[in-house]
Design a binder for this molecule. Structure first.
Ligand SMILES: [Fe+2]
Ligand SMILES: [Fe+2]
Length: 287
């Protein structure tokens, strides 16, 4: 097995997800994500890479023309979609297409569908909140779509046990971590970070996936994992929970934790963020 961390390679040959990390993740998506990471890359290069894979291109176009982006005039070519959406936005679309195809038929199961929706809602929230910090909004979206990758992976890898655990557990979103370790030897943050490394995704995503349940101390600088931590809990509280029995952070408490309050700016109506996310999520059935 190819693995980014040589010292871990022996441990991972024994790990329960070892065979899982050999599952193919879209190589074209990984190449697109890496290419757009470099801001100097010309649009033409990005669109010719995407166009080299017809099935991937078709999916990218479908999402670019979906209710998420709701273009007034649908893009008819990848070149048009790339120039309208911008290369950075494409990183999120590339990842969304790849994750969707990776999850495949498993997404037809309601519990998987809900987890997937949670990740997408978290992405919409994180990109809305990011401008209140110094963090990049497109990276926030992509990182959030990926944040519970380990949870999705556990549900595919250990469907009966994990779905049972998710179904019966009641508590905060992070309270499930020790139970995952007890049941599988690893929690979903560890599984996700290992997959990000073994798939060779951009390294910035590894810490997001590994640390998104670490609460931020008030005095800490905002980092991507902290932004996604609050976005994740906000997604839980506005109707897109990561699991059925999740105990949500009370709304006033959550508001206190959001970046805008601390920076002293007037808070952009939380109701309008919520309404916007809910409206966009209506277009998710096809994603
Ligand atoms: Fe999580
Ligand atoms: Fe989450």
């Amino acid at each position: 097995m190819m693995h980014a961390h040589a010292v871990d390679s022996e441990r991972n040959t024994q790990a329960p997800w070892a065979h899982f990390s050999l599952c193919p993740f879209s190589q074209i998506a990984i190449r697109v994500m890496k290419l757009v990471n470099n801001e100097e890359t010309p649009f033409a290069q990005v669109s010719s890479l995407i166009s080299s894979d017809p099935a991937f291109s078709a999916e990218v176009l479908r999402i670019a023309n979906s209710l998420w982006y709701a273009p007034r005039v649908p893009a008819v070519s990848i070149a048009q979609a790339v120039s309208r959406l911008g290369a950075k936005n494409l990183q999120g679309i590339a990842l969304t297409v790849a994750m969707r195809s990776f999850l495949g038929d498993a997404l037809s199961r309601p519990v998987m569908r809900d987890m997937w929706k949670h990740n997408l809602a978290c992405g919409l929230i994180a990109e809305t909140l990011a401008p209140q910090t110094d963090l990049d909004k497109d990276l926030a979206f992509t990182g959030a779509v990926l944040h519970d990758l380990g949870r999705l992976a556990l549900a595919v890898l250990e469907p009966k046990e994990y779905v049972f655990l998710l179904g019966k557990h009641k508590g905060t979103s992070s309270s499930i971590l020790p139970l995952e370790r007890e049941a599988f030897g690893y929690d979903h943050c560890e599984v996700g970070a290992e997959l990000v490394a073994s798939w060779n995704l951009p390294v910035a995503f590894e810490s997001i996936v590994a640390q998104h349940h670490h609460p931020r101390q008030k005095s800490d600088e905002w980092d991507m994992a902290a932004l996604i931590n609050v976005s994740c809990r906000l997604a839980d509280s506005i109707g897109f929970p990561s699991f059925h029995g999740v105990e949500v952070t009370p709304y006033p408490e959550l508001l206190e934790e959001l970046p805008v309050i601390e920076s002293g700016n007037p808070y952009p109506e939380i109701e309008s963020i919520t309404a916007e996310v809910r409206t966009k999520m209506e277009g998710v059935e096809s994603i």
